[in-house]
Design a protein around this ligand. Structure first.
Ligand code: GAF
Length: 382
């Protein structure tokens, strides 16, 4: 039985007839890491792995959330809820956003499930937020423009969950388009759909199955370092408001006043923005080897200058490179673990996966897992 049928059946057995089922996808990111909160460019795509919610009205103002995969239930009353520090916060956060805009006085029940591996850098949390918002807007019959939905989901993540992230994940989950990557301009919050023609190649995700504890604090620290860099550049170039408006030449001119670590962080972000735009050109020219080359460079820069990779993902990328079978590979997402994304020929997937399993187990004593990423459309009612 597929997930949407399973949650609908579970809903019926617990609460009676349901009214809606929605889904919101996770995302991959071909290139453009840590550029979104610097007003830069990113190149994600929505993937088949998704969060699904079946929802309907309840009696009075009582609300029930059922997380099927966690075997957990949470109950609360409308107007009497706050962040609780767990999985519930993603739904409570979007409900809070929703209630800032719309008056609702009838409670609801939701049964939630999905197949996005957690901690893999595939944005399971953004997908949960977007699915929650889609369910609320359909249930209470209010129209939410896609960009409004992405922004509300982002606000929920920032205020309720407490991660000061950029808009990439929520935007990709809402706007995703099958067979395309999205070139998102995070400064103007606009995007262009770029066809993803992989021919005899595919996107293989190697999940390191590590998620390091320090990820959130290191993420917020990188944000601060980037802001600090912008403040210093502004002394000489007052029009600058973000790293998006800074060139490598401008950065060089202000280097003398900058902490060397801050300089390296900023230089990485500027180069990464340039790589995203180059990759779009290469994709349009059908030049996958050059796309791959940019991915290897991006990983290396992220490792050496942004310092958000880890031994496991470095190992996976080095193995991809030395195998001679992978056009490009890099760590995806916030950092310190999760998946690497690899461009590889369909016919080489099995041999490469076997090689990775045996070498990775030897080195780290744990088994990596694999997903062949299929792109899909964004958040929707089923
Ligand atoms: C995480 C964040 F949520 C995104 O906004 C983005 O910054 C990403 O890390 C790094 O590119 O997924």
């Amino acid at each position: 039985m597929n997930i949407s049928d399973r949650i609908a059946e579970e809903y019926r057995s617990r609460f009676g007839d349901s009214s809606i089922v929605v889904s919101a996808p996770g995302r991959i990111n071909l290139i453009g890491e840590h550029t979104d909160y610097n007003n830069g460019f990113v190149l994600p795509a929505a993937i088949h792995q998704s969060v699904y919610i079946c929802a309907g009205f309840s009696e009075g103002d009582e609300c029930t959330l059922v997380a099927l995969d966690l075997d957990k239930t949470y109950q609360f009353r409308l107007g009497e809820f706050a962040s609780v520090g767990g999985w519930q916060d993603y739904i409570l956060g979007v409900l809070h956003e929703f209630m800032q805009k719309f008056t609702i006085d009838r409670g609801f029940s939701m049964v939630i499930s999905g197949d996005i591996p957690q901690g893999a850098g595939l944005s399971s949390s953004a997908a949960l937020e977007c699915a929650g918002l889609m369910a609320l807007s359909n249930l209470y019959q209010v129209q939410l423009a896609p960009l409004t939905m992405a922004r509300m989901a982002l606000n929920a993540e920032r205020s309720f969950v407490g991660l000061d992230c950029g808009i990439m994940d929520q935007y990709a989950s809402v706007f995703g388009k099958k067979d395309h990557v999205l070139l998102i301009d995070c400064m103007n919050e606009t995007h262009r759909e770029v066809p993803l023609q992989l021919r005899e190649y595919c996107l293989l995700l190697c999940n390191s199955n590590v998620a390091h504890e320090l990820a959130d604090s290191a993420y917020n620290e990188r944000r601060k370092q980037c802001r600090n860099g912008v403040d210093i550049v502004r002394r000489e170039f007052p029009h600058v408001t973000s790293l998006r408006e800074v060139s490598l030449e401008m950065l060089e001119r202000t280097k003398g006043n900058m902490d060397p670590v801050v300089y390296r962080r900023c230089a990485y972000v500027i180069r990464e923005n340039n790589r995203v735009l180059r990759v779009v050109d290469y994709l349009q020219a059908g030049d996958l080897p050059d796309v791959g080359q940019q991915m290897y460079e991006a990983h290396d820069d992220m490792k050496v200058n942004y310092e958000v990779t880890c031994d496991e993902t470095d190992f996976l990328v080095e193995l991809a490179h030395s195998s001679g079978k992978v056009l490009g590979a890099r760590q995806m997402g916030g950092g310190f673990g999760g998946c690497t994304i690899n461009i590889i020929k369909n016919e080489d997937v099995n041999a490469f996966s076997d090689l990775v399993i045996s070498e990775y187990v030897k080195k780290f004593g744990k088994t990596p897992t694999f997903i062949t990423a299929e792109t899909t459309d964004g958040t929707r009612e089923l």
